[in-house]
Design a protein around this ligand. Sequence first.
Ligand SMILES: NC(=O)c1ccc[n+]([C@@H]2O[C@H](COP(=O)([O-])OP(=O)(O)OC[C@H]3O[C@@H](n4cnc5c(N)ncnc54)[C@H](OP(=O)(O)O)[C@@H]3O)[C@@H](O)[C@H]2O)c1
Length: 351
Amino acid sequence: MITLFGATGYTGRKIAAELERRGLPFRIAGRSRERLTELSNSLPSRPAWIVADAQKNETLPPLFKDTRLLINCAGPFTDLGEKVAQMASFAGVHYLDTTNELAFVYRLQTYHKMAVTNHSFLLPACAFEIALSDVIIAKLLQETSAQHVYVVYHTPDTKISKGTRLSALRSLTTSWIGFQDGSWNGMVPAGKSSQFQFPSGVQTAIQIPSAEVFSVPWRHPVRSVEVWMTVSRSWGFWGPVVLPYFARFMRSIFGKWVYTLISRHDPLPVEDAESPFEILIGVQEQQEQDWRQALVSGKGPYTLTAKIAGYAASRVLGNTNLPNGLITPSVLFSYGEFIEEMQANGIQFTF
Ligand SMILES: NC(=O)c1ccc[n+]([C@@H]2O[C@H](COP(=O)([O-])OP(=O)(O)OC[C@H]3O[C@@H](n4cnc5c(N)ncnc54)[C@H](OP(=O)(O)O)[C@@H]3O)[C@@H](O)[C@H]2O)c1
């Protein structure tokens, strides 16, 4: 049985529809009885539901009863995710989430041993961008002995959900982590800008905290990992000046006001299907050498996140020989099968 927590949010609903489409056995969970009833009634299999609130620990144990895989979409994960992940590894339940909050992913190291002991895995950051980049990085690093890795996200015109907006803010506030010279160290986010060559032309980008900063060195013996996000040319100039101060401000007592104001504001509904994205991935063996690159392009980041969660769920339910401990998407996925699955969803890979 799969339990989908945070099922009533934008991403959770998409994953519920995908599990339904795949005919996988699942139930839904969230904090609102009304929203769960409404969601269950809207789905053909009328899944059972569990009321659980990530901020009330005593409501969480039913999430793990008779559950083989818990899919967690209740974010921001920095605030809501750790107890859920901890209880899953304690109960020996496989755990998957859609976060890209670096500090939260970094924290999950704490539960690695517990998950290994209880024969379960913790798979954070299994959303579209990290899953795609993780699988391609694993492939490139298998073929070379590269030590330096970069990833650049180009998501022009993408509208984001309220959950993503809050998660991005939490990440800016908490994820002051970089990976240089073979170790994790403190780094204020968004402090650097650079330029990258995409097929559509040169794009300006700023450095961001993203899960690969943890997950790539966790799996591979690399020396540096940098993740970037493209921005306008003016943001490329002003971002590194303004954003580190904004990140510091968000850490202060006043930051909580900004966060509360934003959480009250509901952004426009996301129009996901046509939102294009490109992910440029580069690996380099030694400094001064040429980068070996790959480009992944497609549309519909949230829909794709749901497809990837559905694919992961089908691998868990159809497989008795599963990995243990804190893992990354490429550990669970089979490379050829995953690429085929993505190509069937319109994703293109250029090496
Ligand atoms: N990295 C990526 O590409 C990617 C892609 C998709 C999603 N995400 C992440 O996934 C998370 C959800 O995104 P979304 O688009 O679905 O946002 P959303 O529509 O705002 O949904 C947030 C979900 O969290 C639930 N929630 C909030 N507080 C809770 C609590 N105390 N206990 C239990 N549930 C609680 C909400 O329940 P209610 O329905 O009751 O409000 C809702 O189901 C975000 O953190 C987002 O960053 C990341």
